[in-house]
Design a protein around this ligand. Structure first.
Ligand code: NAG
Ligand code: NAG
Ligand code: NAG
Ligand code: NAG
Ligand code: NAG
Ligand code: NAG
Ligand code: NAG
Ligand code: NAG
Ligand code: NAG
Ligand code: NAG
Length: 756
């Protein structure tokens, strides 16, 4: 049967392009793993890179090959069509992974699947040609982008997948042998026949009878059989036992399988509040009887436990880099286990940084604890941050303190206390009302309970609920003492906002308070710590101009795509480095990167280091291009855009990134530690699914940065503010690609597939 038409040539060409790229694995290959074989654990890509592209599509399989370890295993869930053709699709029902429900509207059926009446469009009701000629693959997981649903990816046969991808390893999962038997289709015949023409390395099934029916026909040297465990209380149909009881009978499993595939919670159970319990002995027990252990259900965009702080690399490391290791992980995002295994596992505690990029905290480790508390700072330091930050606010009694916001409602329980009577409207600070730090004394503020920040609560993603009120707030002096006491920090960053308002309306000089605290804490004379003073207002930085030891950091508080030369010259008169937002480097449209701006190269050409904010672990904060992997995002800004520092509420991720062993390998850099190519993913979107183009960000000009001098605290209110004369910004075209070195493989890959 012919299935590939004219696509074959292009896809094979593409495959050879991908294969031509020689990727070195890090030096880790030599180390001994506590896997059954002693080899590194395997990366198994479920339906290809199904976390991004439609499950089981050619592009998903090719992307998995392009960005994973060289020996990645491609996983195909086999379903049979009415005419007995084996196709790859994640479920017996095709309505969740294709557009079949809109194409064959009247052909929905209800069948018993494992005893449960199940409605849907089943593969057994359609011939292969009906499917191939009419139906396209779509994204079945609704939290993932559907922008590729119009790109026309076709259903593939098991043979097609091998022909297209020439996989280094191939895994067939037979989820429902009994169901196909009821429909007079033989999965056994199919599997035996396909294995005569292609190499199948693994066959898994949750049905004991199926594996036992083929065990004598396969040599474990070529094809390993793997028993798949479902939910602990689910009944295995051929033994009529629960999977939980089968787990206690591993010697029985060993009689027909050489490995087991278990949901990850079999190994690291999670309690009802989503915190990890101690690990079980499943891996060690199975290894004892000679069974390999594979763990399933890994996905970067499905939060699994608060213990991992939304960082998927941390989760993989828990399965491969403790006193045990699983033999493989089944993932929808195979780039992440690839980097975890090859770049991050077995890193010595004293591994040194491979890149100079500064890791600057955002309110301490505020992804794990309430921002700007002692526990948030302690965690940041423990996690290896370079610079901790204190956003200075003033209390009513003029004490400089560290708090993420001038509005106490943002970071404390003040709204639930009797201080809520201090609610005021101050349009100079923000529209609407607030309870401001300068309305409470320091001792009143100390009596408040800190509150963890939940910037992604709209997505029902919450931060470390068990610690949501932990910690104590600090004065700037406390903060400076704590920093000085830490041997691992290279500096502190003190940010100052609302200085003009505080001076004019509250008669408080925040700049004087900071200068005074720094001097009292001995930072003028007796510390090697770098002091960074940050503000969005140049007039604030000018007040520190004569403090030549300090690095003055200008924060650009809007998204820009470039800056005028004369404006950068102007910035140099009051600052020696700049902070910009992520969008000013890689602009995005509906979470797709559209390109790279001139911002970093322009500022750096004037010798201004550029720090970028804010890097968070939660995948919803990242463009799709970064594969829902915070390490890929950071690496792309560091290696792709060459930024000098990252500002992050999860310093652990960035600090660990700096020490990984896949950096500094030059042309040998593996794909999973290469920067993504901004704009390439968008090329895969068909025109009707393309988000409407957005106007490019403006170019930073002098009117944006020049400000009148900061008023003294006793001065009369001056006239209207100087920023009223801002010139209208005239966008003049899309951001263009800078000459930084992006690996072109992804663009080639994606563009080529799009043509197919
Ligand atoms: C589609 O499949 C995904 C992943 O298996 C599942 O989470 C989702 O609930 C399914 N949707 C429907 C409508 O069956
Ligand atoms: C797979 O490719 C081989 C040659 O490379 C060809 O003979 C075979 O027909 C192809 N199979 C399918 C199902 O396209
Ligand atoms: C399977 O075959 C049997 C015997 O030939 C027949 O009675 C039955 O209807 C078939 N079932 C289906 C679902 O086609
Ligand atoms: C399976 O076990 C249950 C209870 O243990 C029993 O009621 C049922 O009859 C058994 N079914 C089969 C097919 O053996
Ligand atoms: C293991 O399972 C087999 C098959 O169900 C059964 O015959 C045997 O008694 C079980 N052994 C134990 C120790 O449960
Ligand atoms: C997970 O985090 C909770 C809360 O911090 C802690 O009590 C628990 O021990 C952690 N679990 C593991 C396995 O480390
Ligand atoms: C790390 O420690 C080991 C021994 O504990 C030592 O051999 C190695 O040189 C150290 N590496 C660095 C980079 O300090
Ligand atoms: C709030 O209550 C405390 C005692 O619980 C009291 O000392 C304080 O003055 C009150 N504050 C205000 C603003 O009413
Ligand atoms: C300084 O560090 C020591 C131990 O590392 C600790 O005992 C002490 O409390 C710290 N002091 C401050 C001010 O944090
Ligand atoms: C910056 O500070 C000056 C006072 O020094 C003030 O007039 C101006 O409005 C401030 N600019 C912004 C954008 O807040």
């Amino acid at each position: 049967m012919c299935c590939l038409h004219g696509r074959t040539f292009l896809l094979l060409l593409l495959q050879s392009l991908v294969a031509a790229l020689v990727f070195a694995q890090g030096s880790n290959a030599a180390s001994v793993w506590p896997t059954l074989s002693g080899n590194p654990p395997l990366v198994i890509a479920r339906g290809g890179f199904s976390g991004l592209f439609p499950d089981s599509s050619a592009i998903a399989y090719n992307l998995a090959l392009a960005v994973s370890v060289p020996d990645v295993i491609l996983w195909c869930d086999v379903q049979l069509t009415k005419d007995g053709v084996g196709i790859c699709a994640p479920d017996v029902r095709l309505d969740n992974s294709t557009d079949i429900a809109t194409i064959f509207k009247g052909r929905k059926k209800v069948y018993l699947v494992n005893g449960t009446p199940t409605p849907g469009w089943f593969s057994v009701d359609f011939t292969f040609n009906e499917l191939f000629n009419n139906v396209v693959l779509t994204q079945g997981v609704y939290s993932r982008t559907n922008k590729f649903d119009g790109s026309g990816f076709l259903i593939l046969t098991v043979q097609d997948v091998v022909n297209i991808t020439k996989p280094p390893g191939f895994w067939l999962n037979i989820q429902h042998d009994a169901f196909f038997t009821q429909h007079n289709l033989s999965m056994r015949s199919f599997v035996l026949s396909v294995s005569r023409s292609v190499v199948v390395n693994y066959i898994s099934s949750p049905e004991v009878s199926f594996l036992r029916s083929i065990v004598t026909r396969f040599s474990p040297k070529v094809t390993k059989l793997v028993f798949r465990f479902l939910g602990k209380e689910d009944i295995e149909p051929s033994t009529n036992q629960t999977y939980d009881s089968l787990l206690k009978n591993l010697t029985f499993i060993k009689t027909f399988a050489s490995g087991i595939l278990v949901p990850k919670a079999y190994i690291w159970p999670v309690d009802v509040t989503l915190y990890l319990e101690p690990h079980t002995s499943v891996v060690v027990d199975a290894h004892k009887v000679g069974l390999e252990v594979f763990a399933s259900d890994f996905a970067n965009d499905v939060p699994s436990s608060y213990n991992y702080s939304y960082d998927p690399v941390s989760e993989y490391l828990a399965f491969i880099d403790t006193d045990f290791s699983v033999d493989g992980v089944l993932s929808d995002f195979p780039i992440t286990p690839s980097e975890a295994i090859d770049c991050f596992s077995h890193l010595p505690k004293n591994a040194s940084a491979q890149v100079k990029t500064l890791v600057i905290s955002k309110y301490g480790a505020s992804g794990d604890y309430p921002g700007c508390t002692d526990v948030a700072y302690a965690k940041a330091i423990k996690d290896g941050v370079d610079v901790i930050d204190c956003p200075v606010q003033l209390s009513k009694d003029g004490i400089p303190i560290c708090l993420s916001s001038i509005n106490l409602i943002d970071s404390t329980n003040v709204a639930q206390t009797n201080y809520s009577s201090l609610t005021t409207n101050i349009p100079e600070i923000k529209a609407g009302s607030g309870i401001y730090t300068f309305s409470l004394t320091w001792s009143q503020i100390q009596s408040l309970t800190p509150a963890i920040s939940n910037p992604f609560s709209n997505y029902r993603l919450f931060r470390n609920p068990r610690a949501k009120t932990e910690g104590k707030f600090l004065t700037l002096l406390d903060f400076l003492a704590l920093s000085k006491n830490s041997s691992s920090l290279t500096g502190v960053l003190i940010s100052i906002e609302y200085a003009p308002y505080l001076a004019e309306d509250q008669r408080l000089s925040v700049t004087d308070a900071v200068i005074d605290a720094l001097s009292k804490a001995g930072y003028d004379t007796q510390t090697s710590l770098k002091v960074m003073i940050q503000s969005t207002n140049s007039s604030v930085l000018l007040k520190f101009k004569d403090k030549t030891k300090y690095e003055l950091v200008y924060k650009v508080d809007e998204n820009i795509r470039d800056a005028l030369d004369s404006t950068v010259e102007e910035i140099k008169t009051f600052a020696s480095s700049v902070v910009v937002g992520k969008d000013s480097v890689f602009p995005e449209n509906q979470a797709f990167l559209t390109g790279v701006t001139d911002t970093v190269s322009k500022l750096q050409s004037f010798k201004l280091p550029v720090y970028v904010e804010t890097f968070s672990n939660e995948f919803v904060s990242q463009a799709w291009d970064f594969f829902s992997d915070s390490t890929v995002e950071i690496n792309s800004y560091v290696m792709g855009a060459n930024v000098n520092g990252v500002i992050t509420d999860f310093p652990k991720t960035a600090a660990r990134y700096k020490r990984n062993r896949c950096l500094g390998l030059g042309s040998q850099t593996p794909p999973y530690m290469s920067p993504v190519q901004p704009g390439s993913l968008m090329q895969v979107i068909s025109p009707s699914y393309m988000p409407p183009a957005e106007a490019p960000n403006p170019v930073l000009d002098n009117a944006d940065v020049v400000e009148p001098p900061l008023p003294g605290i006793s001065a009369e209110a001056p006239g209207p503010s100087g920023s009223t004369g801002v010139a209208p910004k005239t966008p003049n075209g899309q951001p263009k690609l800078s000459s930084t070195f992006f690996l072109p493989y992804l663009a080639i890959l994606l563009a080529a597939i799009f043509l197919v």
